[in-house]
Design a binder for this molecule. Structure first.
Ligand SMILES: NC(=O)c1ccc[n+]([C@@H]2O[C@H](COP(=O)([O-])OP(=O)(O)OC[C@H]3O[C@@H](n4cnc5c(N)ncnc54)[C@H](OP(=O)(O)O)[C@@H]3O)[C@@H](O)[C@H]2O)c1
Length: 499
């Protein structure tokens, strides 16, 4: 018998063990990753608008198809115009819904994100669902974006952070609305998150490079944002769609030998879901009514599960949030938010920041001059107070005595110059800041005139001859202009000059 030959026998045993082993791995892998529950929700989305980043291929495109079938207006994003047109055509053909559009968006470029958000805010009156789906996974890339970030981290996380922030107002106007961060089971792998600043090669936050960390950051973002939006009607979810056969693997290069890489890719493809099956979890997060009120959860396909332990670390989530906020704004814009960032730890920072940025938008730019004059006035007051202090020493008038007992004494004149300015100081500030809202330059000019008047008034008074205080009389003109400006603003507010 052939089997009597030990070489043949052991070869057969070895081959059988290998085949069984491969089958177990395949079946096990398929069992673990290759199944999903189909979304059974019948929710219709007529009149709703959905934005899907990276909706030109893969899971994003299949999500777009399903939501289009439910009647939603769909906007998918891509960096490639041909891809966008083809995807829109395919979605229209497959669903019969013609309310589909593509728009250009490159998440590695802050300018592109701002441009896209502005376009959306100009063209859409509502945004009901934002799906942050675009991603890259190329483990070999060491590229750095224009804004200095690791390429993967920028595409998958920081770009989406900025986009979400910019579209938040519109989402709030369309409540109940949803934000869905498409993460991955890979987010479970990092044991730590290194938030150290610039490293030697200039990449911002090098510890945050790589696919796994970017996906972890997305789950942490969903959690942090959901806390900040409590009670607003905007829900935020993070989701792992499962292992899916898509283009995500195609540029999959790594340092491992080619044959192993090919085997791994073959294996992954064998056990993966189809894009349609992979989209089910995202669709579930987008439309399932029972999820309303569960903002902040992490879903594995359509099952609510615990994410990486790090996502429960409030301190770390806060640090990541702060770091992200600091980096999505330019230095100049950030200065406007300094004290609002301080409020971040109270959990309501984002709302306060929106409010402050609105104030900055509403106030005229020239209001800065008004503020500077207000500051100048404190220096004038300090100078007057200093002179009183020096005169006290010189004429030996001890506190708390206010005036020298001798009438018409120089000390009394110096003291009066200060007192008199203080008596009108609240009115000055009130009229300066109120009138300045309407006519900032005129108010600032009038303020300077008034302050110069106060200085000459004091100088005249300091001579010891009270009549000479009238040197600063012209300051009164500045004060009258300020009063006039404030009255004008009051009338404007009351609508006195309108029909
Ligand atoms: N496939 C999986 O096994 C798997 C597993 C877990 C999680 N996920 C997650 O599921 C999501 C979808 O993955 P997928 O498999 O469908 O990927 P995919 O087919 O490769 O699609 C990725 C999309 O991202 C867009 N994109 C890439 N770089 C971009 C950039 N710089 N700016 C804007 N868009 C960019 C691409 O758009 P253009 O090239 O047209 O611009 C493309 O539409 C990803 O978040 C991924 O992490 C996937």
């Amino acid at each position: 018998m052939v089997l009597d030959n030990p070489i043949v026998f052991y070869t057969l045993v070895a081959v059988s063990i290998f085949v069984i082993y491969v089958c177990i791995i395949l079946v096990g892998g398929k069992f673990l990753y290759g199944w999903t529950r189909h979304c059974k929700s019948r929710t219709r989305l007529f009149g709703k608008t959905v934005v899907i980043t990276g909706g030109s291929t893969g899971v994003g495109k299949e999500t777009a198809v399903d939501l289009a079938e439910r009647g939603a207006r769909i906007i998918i994003t891509t960096r490639n115009c041909t891809r966008g047109e083809e995807a829109v055509k395919e979605i229209k053909n497959r669903t019969g819904n013609y309310n589909i559009e593509w728009m250009e968006l490159d998440l590695t470029n802050f300018d592109s994100i701002h441009k896209f958000a502005t376009r959306i805010k100009q063209s859409e009156i509502r945004l009901d669902i934002l799906i942050n789906c675009a991603a890259i996974v190329d483990f070999s890339t060491t590229n750095v974006t224009k804004n200095g970030y690791d390429y993967i981290f920028a595409t998958n996380y920081i770009g989406h952070f900025l986009l979400t922030y910019l579209l938040l107002d519109l989402l709030k106007l369309s409540v109940p609305s949803r934000i869905i961060n498409v993460s991955s089971v890979m987010h479970m792998l990092p044991f730590d998150l290194d938030l150290k600043t610039i490293c030697d090669n200039g990449v911002k936050y090098p510890g945050l490079s790589g696919y796994m960390v970017s996906k972890l950051a997305l789950v942490m973002h969903a959690r942090s944002l959901s806390q900040r939006l409590t009670g607003s009607g905007v829900s935020v979810f993070a989701i792992n769609p499962g292992l899916v056969k898509t283009e995500l693997y195609i540029p999959f290069k790594s340092k491992m030998p080619t044959c192993f890489r090919k085997m791994l890719l073959w294996y992954l493809r064998k056990i993966s879901l189809t894009p349609k099956a992979g989209a089910q979890g995202i669709i579930y997060a987008a439309v399932e009514e029972s999820l309303q009120g569960s903002s902040g959860i992490y879903l594995d396909k359509s099952k609510v599960v615990d994410g990486n332990k790090l996502t429960k670390n409030e301190g770390l989530c806060q640090q990541l949030w702060d770091m992200s906020i600091m980096h999505i704004f330019s230095k100049k814009t950030r200065r406007n938010f300094v004290w609002c960032l301080f409020e971040e730890s109270q959990g309501k920072g984002i709302l306060k920041m929106v409010a402050l940025s609105k104030i900055c938008e509403i106030l005229p730019k020239d209001y800065g001059y008004v503020i500077l004059v207000g500051i100048e006035s404190t220096f004038v007051n300090m100078w007057l107070a200093y002179n009183v202090g020096a005169a006290r020493k010189k004429y030996e008038v001890k506190y708390p005595v206010m005036y020298h007992k001798e009438d018409g004494h120089v000390f009394n004149c110096i003291q009066r110059a200060h007192q008199n300015t203080l008596e009108t100081y609240p009115q000055f500030l009130m009229t300066l800041f109120i009138g300045g809202l309407q006519y900032p330059r005129i108010s600032a000019g009038a303020g300077v005139l008034y302050l110069l008047g106060r200085i000459l008034y004091a100088k005249g008074y300091y001579t010891g001859d009270p009549d000479k205080r009238w040197w600063g009389e012209f300051g009164g003109l500045g004060f009258f202009i300020l009063i006039g400006n404030s009255i004008s603003f009051a009338c404007h507010q009351l609508g006195c000059f309108t029909d």
